[in-house]
Design a protein around this ligand. Structure first.
Ligand code: GDP
Ligand code: MN
Length: 372
């Protein structure tokens, strides 16, 4: 889950990372009031889940309430890389002597957190990495040994303030179950103090149950509506960009089904994992999510009955078809416990648009054919 800048800063604040004082605003009048309250020069910032706001005109300095109101009017409604601005953060402006970059991310390849630091902040980090790689320090942290001063010095040097800040950022990363904590720019103020001028934080979705307060920050309006529906119904759903909707039980079989659809010449539109169950309720929920994806032209239902019995799954499919109207053909492959009975139940009911195939490959070929 990606956090908005104002949320990331709230999290930083909890770990003692210095951030600007600010207020949220949804109208120019609210931005004016916020500027009046804060006093002096302010910066008005678009709150959208994408970077590059500065370049897109989504970050503006304002000398006082009048300018803040005007800046707000020009930023609200802006489309920044497909994200429409509905909310602003009005902050007390910070005087900048230098812009650095500091982040902790999860390097999946190395299976370790990675600290990155450069004194050439402000611009996009990819650009520094590509053009001046020697200017970017990259230091891995052994997750078992944890963070220590040696790691810190290697990353940011001997400066006590930078070391203290990195230690706090690393704690924030670990204790929040984050996969990204990025400060760009990390500014040096004229008096030498460090200050997080921006905050980009991603929390591991699978760890959100440990952070109910952060989970409550999720913005339902910004999320993909199907992903939101799936989450609400407890269905594991991943959106892809092909035309075959995939429903499997268990992560391994579901992944294998995605592969087989590709082998059969097709492209998956999404996949849903029913998990161990196969109850009518679970099948209805999953079918409902899949069928609402407008890219889906056929659905491949691949079930291996272990503890889940195929006859039960077959009844689940029939019950689901009675409850939700599915406008596309469904191909079913059932194997494992009570597969024979499951297939017989489907054959006898023979609902229109339902095809039963004996093997995974044949089912995938059929589904791909029906999707084109
Ligand atoms: P991004 O473009 O989405 O990464 O947004 P940032 O929050 O990083 O802001 C972009 C740029 O706006 C920064 O690099 C700063 O140069 C400038 N900026 C943001 N806040 C302030 C501020 O308080 N004072 C000054 N002088 N500049 C600011
Ligand atoms: Mn930034």
């Amino acid at each position: 889950m990606d956090l908005y800048e104002h949320q990331g800063k709230e999290l930083f604040r909890r770990f003692g990372i210095p951030v600007s004082e600010g207020r949220l605003a949804e109208t120019p009048a609210e931005a004016r009031a916020a500027a009046e309250e804060l006093g002096g020069e302010v910066v008005v910032k678009a709150q959208v889940l994408t970077g590059g706001r500065g370049k897109a005109g989504g970050v503006r300095l304002a000398a006082g309430p009048d300018e803040a109101e005007r800046a707000a009017a020009s930023i609200l409604g802006l489309d920044i890389r497909g994200h429409v601005v509905r909310r602003l953060l009005v902050e007390r402006a910070t005087a900048i002597a230098a812009e650095h970059y500091l982040s902790v991310t999860l390097d999946r390849g190395a299976k370790k957190p990675l600290v990155m630091f450069t004194t050439e902040g402000g611009v996009e980090i990819e650009q520094v990495a590509a053009e001046r790689p020697e200017a970017l320090r990259r230091v891995h942290v052994d997750p078992l040994d944890g963070y220590d001063q040696e790691v810190g010095r290697e990353a940011v040097g001997d400066d006590a303030r930078a070391l203290d800040l990195l230690e706090r950022l690393y704690r924030c990363f670990v204790e929040s179950d984050a996969t990204l904590c990025e400060i760009n720019p990390l500014v040096v103020k004229p008096d030498g103090a460090l200050h997080a001028l921006d905050a980009k934080v991603t929390i591991d979705d699978s760890a959100l149950f440990r952070h109910p307060d952060l989970a409550g920050w999720r913005d339902a309006s910004a999320a993909d509506p199907l992903e939101a529906l799936a989450r609400e119904k407890g269905v594991t759903y991943v959106k892809l960009d092909g035309s075959v909707g995939i429903l499997g039980n268990g992560a391994g079989l579901t992944m294998a089904t995605v592969d087989v659809v590709v082998v059969a010449g097709g492209r998956p539109a999404n996949f849903c994992d029913l998990g161990g169950g196969g109850s009518a309720e679970g099948v209805v929920d999953a079918l409902e999510v899949i069928a609402r994806d407008v890219q889906v032209r056929s659905i491949l239902f691949n079930i291996f009955g272990g503890i889940t019995r195929c006859d039960e799954v077959a009844r689940g499919i029939l019950a689901a078809l009675e409850r939700v109207a599915i406008g596309v053909p469904i191909v079913v492959r059932l194997d494992g416990t009570n597969a024979g009975e499951g297939r017989r139940i489907l054959a006898e009911a023979a609902p229109p648009g339902l095809h039963v195939e004996p093997t995974m490959l044949e089912a995938a070929r059929r589904a791909v054919e029906l999707a084109t």
